[in-house]
Design a protein around this ligand. Structure first.
Ligand code: PHE
Length: 339
């Protein structure tokens, strides 16, 4: 730019300013032309060097140029600012409330999943879900279940005693008696829940584990009813035909007492789960002992019943192939996310 053709310079500046479309470019324009070191300021410096006559001629033109460019610059600045505000408003107007950052999703604990599954199967067969306290009395955990005073399960090594009368239940069989005392036959219940035993912890033992109790009391209940119910249950749970094997077993509250094994649901010829035997030990069961019915206020000459109980923890570990029992209570997110 020089003082000789101010008119042309002005037109150039106007064109440049018109082409500016961002605040950043506008700032570059300001630094180049309108700042103290800018070209226009330099022209005023040059003006000082002219003689009086020329100064009088060019001075007003230069002032005019500066005023006009400054004005256009201010207009442009305001326009860009308004555009920015407008764009922000538009963005807010169309703010999509349904877009959200992905959040960590929870999942149901394997216990919860398998408990729901088992409950659904039994509910479909007409059973109701029953419950009982985890802090129990000696009566419900032992005496009413026909467990003799000198039975080893009563010793401190197995039971968490709170005082001489109270303990943390060692089995869900307590719910048998509690239900008998509050309901009249026919009774068909299942009772999943926590049980506690004073055991050293390792990969397959924990001081707390889940059990699942089942009980049916009516007239003329037999072992056949028990076996049919269990076979139907296991076949639905493992979604394949399961064969049951029965061995004698001793539990003070059933007579006869049985140990129930199931054909291994995971293999046909033997695997690590069934230790290559083709069978897995699953539960204790039997016909409810007449003494137990009496403790529950039920006439053993009129009614009979079956009961079974199994380790829900063990079943969960089998079903989901969990190698260490301690993982189930570890609150380990990586472990839990797999289910
Ligand atoms: N309560 C027994 C146990 O904890 C299992 C069982 C329940 C056995 C019902 C027979 C009948 O081992």
């Amino acid at each position: 730019m020089n003082l000789q053709n101010l008119n042309q310079s002005k037109q150039d500046l106007i064109a440049k300013l018109q082409a500016v479309s961002s605040e950043a470019d506008l700032e570059i324009f300001r630094l180049e032309y309108l700042s103290r070191q800018g070209s226009i300021a330099q022209l005023f410096e040059t003006l000082k060097t002219l003689d009086g006559e020329q100064k009088r001629l060019v001075g007003p033109q230069l002032n005019e140029l500066k005023k006009e460019i400054q004005q256009l610059f201010d207009d442009k600045k305001e326009k860009l600012f308004q555009q920015k505000i407008h764009a922000q408003e538009e963005k807010q107007k169309y703010f999509d409330v349904t877009i959200s950052k992905p959040v960590a999703k929870g999942s149901l604990h394997p216990y919860t999943q398998i408990t729901e599954q088992i409950q659904n199967i039994f509910i479909s067969m007409g059973f109701a879900v029953a419950d009982g306290p985890e802090l129990e009395t000696e009566f419900f955990n032992f005496t009413a279940l026909n467990v003799a005073k000198d039975h080893p399960a009563r010793q401190d090594s197995d039971t968490f005693w709170i005082d001489t009368q109270h303990l943390l239940r060692t089995q869900t069989s307590t719910v048998q008696i509690r239900t008998m005392q509050t309901q009249k036959p026919p009774i068909a219940i299942i009772a999943p829940g926590r049980t506690m035993r004073n055991e050293a912890t390792d990969a397959s033992h924990d001081f707390m584990f889940m059990q699942f109790e089942g009980m049916y009391i009516a007239e003329k209940v037999s072992i056949s009813n028990l076996l049919a119910t269990l076979k139907s249950f296991l076949t639905q749970l493992f979604e394949k035909e399961i064969t049951i094997r029965v061995r004698p077993g001793y539990f003070p509250f059933v007579e006869p007492g049985l140990e129930i094994d199931a054909s291994c649901p995971f293999c046909t010829g033997g695997c690590s789960v069934c230790k290559r035997t083709g069978w897995i030990e699953l539960m204790g069961a039997g016909l409810i002992h007449p003494e137990v019915l009496k403790h529950g206020g039920i006439d053993p000459t009129k009614y009979s019943g079956f009961a079974f109980g199994f380790g829900l923890t063990r079943l969960t570990m089998l079903k989901y192939q969990i190698p260490d029992i301690r993982l189930l209570h570890s609150s380990n997110i990586q472990f839990l996310q797999q289910f």
